[in-house]
Design a protein around this ligand. Sequence first.
Ligand SMILES: [Zn+2]
Length: 135
Amino acid sequence: MSNFCCGASKVGRISSVVNEDLLVHQVPVLYCPVCKDVEVHPDIKARVDMLTKHAKANGFSELFCQGKLDIHHYDELFENCSTVDRGNQQGVVQSQIDIALGLLTFAQSINDEIWEKELKDRLSALSKKDLTNSK
Ligand SMILES: [Zn+2]
């Protein structure tokens, strides 16, 4: 699973996304807190695509996924994610900073300068996050 973006792994959360021009709610996604890239979780992408096509064919403008994805344990879905966002923004940012610092030490120890630069950019983006104003 290519869960890496901007130097470290993406964050898992349940979110609303636009999939094939349809607004889809309650979708497990992976997002990058730095560049804001969001993707539907690869394990359920095919299922979400199918539901999206079905909803569009039936003329719906929105789709609510709760109960339609055959997911019983969201924790299992996100077990490969270093961080899971459960609405605690400050906790997510702090956890992401800790992870990036750990990876930075590792990148330096193997002299991977490109990764090191990505991680430094990541840390500066994370530390600039306005926590009082993020939603
Ligand atoms: Zn990114």
